[in-house]
Design a protein. Structure first.
Length: 685
């Protein structure tokens, strides 16, 4: 038997685990552990273990498709690229660059994302480039950039095991980042205390020493009340505040309004519990905060993140091993897509487009007079702008807003009405079905490039097999369109050549070469020079702001935009599960993972279920102000009374038909984690 093992990176969550793909006769036939990999040391979660199962599905897209008379017709690459290039030029000339938008992808490589933002800014000359980080950690990037100067995980995954206390809020780490969950277990085995705050008593909460069940959307009240206890009991780190931070006085007045007794009726958490966890966090010696979308996906998401940061700065729990603020990024390359500048306000390396000096330096490197100098539209704003007739074309690479975005009925209306929609993907997704042109792309096993994991580790992806049919790597497709449009600067011959350009214009990546990345440890950014070892822990001596200081900002509690009322008496929150990934386009095509969980469900507390006459497994309607779905009820005490939970992976009972597209004012993050809803039992026939 002629088997070959190729070490590469898991295509799913942001942990960035190393896997060995098993190749036989030009096919990937399995996954084997990569024991030398520093993140997972040979261990994998179910998704990683079966990461090969979707690669050779016979429903992979293998040829370009052009919609004619409402039906997709196979086309040659020449025909498809010519059509896309000519339509882009036509729309650009007729309606102007700002009538065009591009969505990059948290699932494709850094090199492909870099080329996509270059395409938007140079070929289309539009500022409207975004991707679905907007829907997961846009508020982390905005909040931490404000307070620390850098919107990324401060410490490493391995470092989590060295904490003396883990304060875990709004992340179901054991399901969503299982190999980070392993480090939580290691920390616990070494004597660390574990505090988990979440409206659901999920499997992460079951590992906690103290479980805090607070109402969805009340994080600021909980965190401010913890800080009240810390200040009134003199537990803050006075030396750290004095030497490493500024504007501490500015938050005191707000914090002193938020006693634990004040927070108790808002959060549902007893005041004594709030005091206890505050003391534990402040006095452990090394406390690390882990958070994810329970904190970020709110209309007050940036406030939530700033509040988390205030707590860490106040206690000096940052810049040392075992401490830090750790936003756990959801998708394999969501950190990288942000780093590469697939955001409407920054080019790669978080260099602001409204900063004339930075932007012009960047434009000079690309040999163009200037780049769009205004902040473009975000994902939800693009959908709204289509409705308003302002956006005429949308080019989507590797994203599926028909499942991932809030208020799907509105998204569908927008995508059906945009003048020209191009979708580039590996499968015919719910979004691709609405496109005018579909372009077939290579999967993670069929290309080279780099992914940047949640801990800022930049890792090499290896090509194991060829793409199916005529599918191409995403960067090749984008470059072909740009060249057809007659735009210079897209003559790349390889992904490595693109990475060389990334290094030139992105200070955090300047010292990285593919040669340096060819070892399991790879490198953590920032890595400013080729002799720099990379930076596993951020902010050890100073913060990323020009004056080197961390900044406090006062934050006041605001309830979710929609709270339960007489018409919609329940609060809906959404989330993920271990067997499925994002919009399910890959995991639901993996036979093993699909077999584990076939469809969605709504979790409902037994008290609410009894009042409604709903039993386990009953079909119910869940209704919000934006839509309704039919779904099976899962009656469980794990969810708080008054709150219901739906995983968002399943299109046929899509939680996002119900969610609220109201936006965080700073990061434009929609409030995916809290909206008012009701349940209507469906009578049995
Ligand atoms: Fe893949 Fe994440 Fe599972 Fe690791 S923890 S195997 S990166 S899905």
């Amino acid at each position: 038997m002629n088997l070959k093992l190729v070490s590469t990176i898991c295509p799913y969550c942001g942990c960035g685990c190393g896997i060995n793909l098993v190749e036989k006769d030009g096919k990937v036939v399995g996954v084997e552990p990569w024991k030398r990999h520093p993140v997972n040391e040979g261990k994998l979660c179910p998704k990683g273990n079966f990461a090969h199962e979707f690669i050779h599905r016979n429903d992979r897209l293998t040829t370009p498709l052009i919609k004619k008379d409402g039906k997709f017709v196979p086309a040659s690459w020449d025909e498809a690229i010519s059509l896309v290039a000519s339509k882009f030029k036509e729309i650009n000339a007729q309606f102007g660059p700002e009538s065009m938008a591009c969505f990059a992808s948290a699932r494709v490589t850094n090199e492909e994302n870099f080329v996509m933002q270059k395409f938007a800014r140079v070929a289309l000359r539009t500022p409207n480039i975004d991707h679905c980080a907007r829907l997961c950690h846009g508020t982390s990037v905005a909040g931490l950039a404000k307070t620390l100067g850098s919107g990324a995980m401060t410490n490493t995954i391995k470092d989590i095991a060295d904490a003396k206390l883990l304060f875990i809020i709004g992340t179901n780490t054991f399901e969503d980042h299982p190999l980070i969950g392993r480090r939580i277990v290691q920390a616990k085995e070494r004597g660390a205390k574990i505090i988990v705050c979440d409206p659901r008593f999920n499997i992460t909460a079951k590992q906690a020493d103290i479980y805090v069940q607070h109402r969805s959307g009340t994080d600021v009240a909980l965190l401010n009340a913890m800080m009240y206890t810390i200040l009134t009991e003199g537990l803050e780190d006075k030396e750290f505040i004095k030497t490493r931070t500024k504007d501490f006085e500015a938050i005191k007045a707000e914090i002193m309004k938020c006693s634990p007794e004040w927070a108790e009726p808002i959060t549902g958490v007893p005041a004594d519990t709030i005091k206890k966890i505050a003391r534990m966090y402040a006095t452990s010696g090394a406390s690390a905060i882990l958070f994810s979308m329970g904190i970020t996906q709110h209309a007050c998401g940036t406030d939530n993140v700033v509040s988390v940061s205030n707590l860490a700065l106040m206690c000096g729990m940052i810049g040392r091993p075992g401490t830090g603020i750790n936003p756990l990024r959801g998708q394999n390359n969501v950190q990288g897509a942000c780093d590469m500048g697939c955001l409407p306000n920054v080019v790669s390396g978080y260099q602001a487009v409204i900063n004339d000096e930075l932007r012009k330096k960047y434009a000079a490197a690309w040999g163009v007079p200037d780049l769009p100098n205004k902040v473009g539209l975000t994902i939800v704003e693009v959908m709204n702008a289509i409705d308003e007739g302002k956006i005429k074309s949308l080019y989507i690479m590797g994203e599926n807003p028909m499942v991932s975005d809030p208020d799907i009925n509105h998204v569908k209306h927008a995508l059906q009405s945009v003048n020209f929609l191009v979708v580039q993907d590996i499968f015919m997704t719910e979004t691709a079905e609405l496109a005018h042109v579909v372009l077939p792309a290579a999967s993670f096993a069929e290309k080279e490039g780099t992914f940047t994991s949640t801990e800022r580790r930049v890792q090499l992806l290896k090509k194991v097999v060829s793409p199916p049919g005529e599918a191409k790597e995403d960067w090749e497709i984008i470059c072909a369109i740009a060249k057809k449009m007659g735009v210079a600067g897209f003559d790349f011959k390889s992904a490595e050549e693109i990475f060389e350009e990334v290094r030139k214009v992105t200070p955090q990546y300047a010292g990285m070469t593919w040669e340096r990345l060819r070892k399991p440890e790879a490198l953590h950014w920032p890595c400013p020079a080729t002799d720099h070892p990379g930076t596993p822990i951020l902010h050890t001596v100073k913060f990323t702001h020009p004056d080197g200081l961390g900044i406090f900002f006062p934050v006041s509690f605001k309830p979710p935009a929609e709270v339960p009322d007489a018409d919609y008496p329940l609060l809906l929150t959404t989330g993920r599960m271990i067997f499925h990934y994002h919009t399910g386009s890959m995991t639901r095509r993996s036979a093993t993972l699909d077999n584990e969980v076939k469809t969605g469900f709504v979790e409902i507390n037994p008290v609410d279920a009894k009042a409604l006459g709903v039993k386990m497994g009953d079909k119910v309607k869940v209704v919000s102000r934006r839509g309704e779905i039919e779904i099976s009820a899962k009656v469980t005490p794990n969810i708080m009374k008054g709150i219901i939970f739906i995983p968002f992976h399943f299109n046929e009972c899509s939680a996002n038909k119900l969610t609220n597209p109201v936006l965080d004012p700073f990061a434009k993050m929609p409030e995916l984690k809290a909206c008012a809803a009701k349940i209507i039992p469906i009578p049995k026939e």
